[in-house]
Each structure stands twice: as structure tokens, then as C-alpha cells.
Design a protein around this ligand. Structure first.
Ligand SMILES: *Cc1c(COP(=O)(O)O)cnc(C)c1O
Length: 394
């Protein structure tokens, strides 16, 4: 990476994160301690849920929620093909089958009007994703899930801080799952969090993340200074996993949550700069947020106009990268990933809206510290690349 490079994303780490991490390192308690407890409380509160269960990644969180709901082989879960692959992989991890539903071309989320056609007697859950932090349609997913008496699981890994008509991302389903990889709104390095109002589901997830150990009461670890001595540490009730989050990671998360409003405001400022700067650029489709919904800005993804081919889009991205500007094709469709094609026989054309959107997206550099000058440089270079494509068409 050169000094001039504008990266696709960058975490926002302040002296507070350093201070809390140092405090953990000096405390002698590196796992299952007060940082996890505070982090869980803060994320759950922000999501409007009663319980938070910190885990080692967003993927681990989705895996545990689907296990805790009892999903397994023979069960179908309705989900979107336009997402990061983890949302659908979690369904495969429990042995269930993802049933994809095409997306809405404006929100880029699974189209609620197409869901009921995909429901069969084997449908056991809906796994909704807030693509790029857009909470649109979560109310509709919840209504459809209730009507069919199946749970809605919310993959809100990209949506911390988003709200839709006053309701917070994470609170729409039986459980929501956040992810804290370094490109997300907040990071813990690696990490995730399950949020839910259901205390039994939360306890099952707590047990599953901790080798299937029993959870005495609702909060074994925080009340007791040494869970090693409770007698339950070597008793395992079920097949469990080690999906715990360390205190070091949780400390980063606590600092990030204390700064959440600042972090979200910084990202919004950069998104506004992009919106203003790119509004007049021909051939670009900008992110669309529904009335009454508050986007939480995860990435800034522009789309090339309908006339552009996938090859032209790929050249635009390559051109940006040649100019040391981070850019990416968020997201390639999940159903066209090689192993999904092998497993299920999907071909191009299976989910045409997701595919045409996916063929034309360009994720631009996005983080809270981007300057107006950098946004302008990205926009100028993007304009140049689009002109080049137009010229080469003749
Ligand atoms: C980031 C993300 C996840 C989880 O990712 P991890 O890297 O496992 O934390 C899951 N679903 C979506 C849609 C994501 O963007």
C-alpha cells in the first residue's frame, strides 16, 4: 500500500480503544469478564433488545441462532442471494437449505412481495439481510413470518444503528446478529453479537458458544468472578462450540459503542459528501433510502446505469484500483458462487434482478475519516473511467 492509496475501508480507532485494551491486558482477565458484559449490554440496548450474546464472529452468531431455533436437514430457510456469503452459509452449516428470493431493485433487499411464493410446508424460517445497512422491508418480513408462524432471523451485520419507522435494526426478528469485522460500522477486530428479547434463546446461544456448558440463571459469568469454580465448567449439556469473544476484543467493542454516535455521524458526513458530489454524474445510480428509514452507512455502493455490462464495470473497478483507489464489486450473487452452483445447479438468470444489480455495482472507498478532497478525487477518477468506457464504445 502506498502513501497515496485511498483504501476501500479503514477502522476508526481512538485513544479510548487503546486505553480499554490496555486495562484488560493489565487486569489478568482475558476472557469472560466485565468488558463482555458491558459490550453485550450496550449493543442490546442500542438494538432495543433485552439480551446480547457476544460471539467470535457474525457468522458464528448466525450459526448459533439457527442451531438454537432447531433448524436442520430437510428444513428450508428463505433468504436473499444478494448478500455477503455468510448469511446463506449459516443455513448450510446447520444442514438446512437456503431458498433464495430475488431482491427489490431500489432497496437491494429481498423483495417482500416475492416471499410468499417461496414458502413451502418445509419452510422453517426467514433470514432477512439489511444489505449495505438499509433497513427497508424488515417490517414486512416480520409480518409475513408472523402470518406463517415461522421465526424471522435478522442478519443485521451491516446495519448497526439503522432504524425503520422508529424501530432499531436487530429488533425485528426472534433474533438479530451483528458483525464486527474491521470494515463494519464498529469493529472488535473479529466478533459478532446475537441480540434477542427471548431469554431462553439467549441462554441456548450462551451455552452453545461455550462448549455446551449449562448457563446457571441468566448470567452465570458476570455475577461470578471465577466461573472455573462453579462446578459447571466441565459439565456439557449439548454439543457446543468455542465461539466466545475475548475480553481484549470486547474492550475494543466497548470503546466503539461508547463512540457509536460519533462514528455513525462521521460516516454519514462522508456519505453526504459522496451523494452531493456524485448527484450530477451521468450513468450513475446512487443509494436509495426509503422515506422514514434511517440508513446506517456500511459502505458506499454506486451502480452503473442499465446500459453497462459486467465487463465494463470490471474495467471501471480495475481503473480505479490502478489509480490507487480501493473499489470492489459488492456483492457477487451467492447463488452463482461456484460451490452453490455445484450444490444446487443454479445458472445465470435464476435471480435476474439480483444479477443485473450485482453486475453493475461499484463500492467506493468509505470510512469516517475520508476528506472532502479524497471524495472529490474518487469522484473525478470515477468520472474519468466512465468517460473512457463511453469513448471505447465509439
Ligand atoms: C459481515 C457480515 C456477516 C458476518 O461476517 P463475519 O466476518 O463472520 O463477522 C454476515 N452477514 C453479512 C451480510 C455481513 O455483511
Amino acid at each position: 500500500m502506498s502513501a497515496n492509496e485511498i483504501p476501500l475501508s479503514r477502522p476508526d480507532i481512538s485513544p479510548l480503544e487503546e486505553e480499554l485494551v490496555l486495562r484488560v491486558l493489565r487486569s489478568g482477565r482475558l476472557s469472560i469478564g466485565p468488558m463482555q458484559e458491558e459490550f453485550e449490554r450496550r449493543v442490546a440496548e442500542r438494538a432495543g433488545c433485552a439480551n446480547g450474546v457476544a460471539v467470535s464472529s457474525g457468522t458464528a452468531g448466525l450459526h448459533l441462532v439457527l442451531l438454537a431455533l432447531g433448524l436442520g436437514p430437510g428444513d428450508e430457510v428463505i433468504t436473499t442471494p444478494f448478500s455477503f456469503i455468510a448469511s446463506s452459509n449459516a443455513i448450510l452449516m446447520v444442514g438446512a437449505t437456503p431458498v433464495f428470493v430475488d431482491i427489490c431493485p431500489t432497496s437491494l433487499n429481498m423483495d417482500p412481495r416475492r416471499i410468499e411464493d417461496a414458502i413451502t410446508p418445509r419452510t422453517r424460517a426467514i433470514l432477512g439481510v439489511e444489505a449495505f445497512g438499509n433497513p427497508a422491508s424488515m417490517h414486512e418480513y416480520a409480518r409475513i413470518a408472523a402470518r406463517h408462524e415461522i421465526p424471522l432471523v435478522e442478519d443485521c451485520c451491516e446495519a448497526l444503528g439503522a432504524t425503520s419507522r422508529g424501530r432499531s435494526a436487530g429488533s425485528f426478528g426472534r433474533a438479530g446478529v451483528f458483525g464486527f469485522y474491521p470494515n463494519k460500522q464498529i469493529t472488535t477486530g473479529e466478533g459478532g453479537m446475537i441480540v434477542t428479547d427471548d431469554p431462553r434463546l439467549a441462554d441456548t446461544c450462551r451455552s452453545l458458544r461455550n462448549q455446551g456448558r449449562a448457563v446457571a440463571g441468566t448470567n452465570l459469568f458476570t455475577g461470578d468472578p471465577s466461573p472455573m469454580n462453579t462446578g459447571t465448567w466441565l459439565a456439557h449439556d449439548r454439543l457446543g462450540y468455542n465461539y466466545r469473544m475475548s475480553e481484549v476484543n470486547a474492550a475494543i467493542g466497548v470503546a466503539q459503542m461508547r463512540r457509536l454516535d460519533e462514528l455513525l455521524a462521521k460516516r454519514r458526513r462522508v456519505a453526504d459528501l459522496y451523494m452531493e458530489r456524485l448527484l450530477g454524474v451521468p450513468d450513475l445510480v446512487l443509494p436509495n433510502t426509503d422515506e422514514g428509514d434511517a440508513f446506517s452507512w456500511f459502505v458506499f455502493v454506486a451502480r452503473l446505469a442499465a446500459g453497462y455490462s459486467r465487463q465494463e464495470r470490471d474495467r471501471v473497478i480495475a481503473g480505479l484500483r490502478q489509480h490507487e483507489i480501493g473499489a470492489a464489486e459488492y456483492f457477487p450473487c451467492i447463488h452463482l458462487q461456484p460451490f452453490y452452483r455445484d450444490l444446487f445447479g443454479f445458472e445465470p438468470g435464476s435471480f435476474p434482478i439480483a444479477e443485473t444489480v450485482s453486475d453493475r455495482t461499484v463500492a467506493l472507498p468509505f470510512h469516517g475519516d475520508l476528506t472532502e478532497r479524497e471524495v472529490d478525487l474518487v469522484a473525478q477518477t470515477l468520472e474519468l473511467m466512465l468517460q473512457r468506457e463511453n469513448l471505447s464504445r465509439g
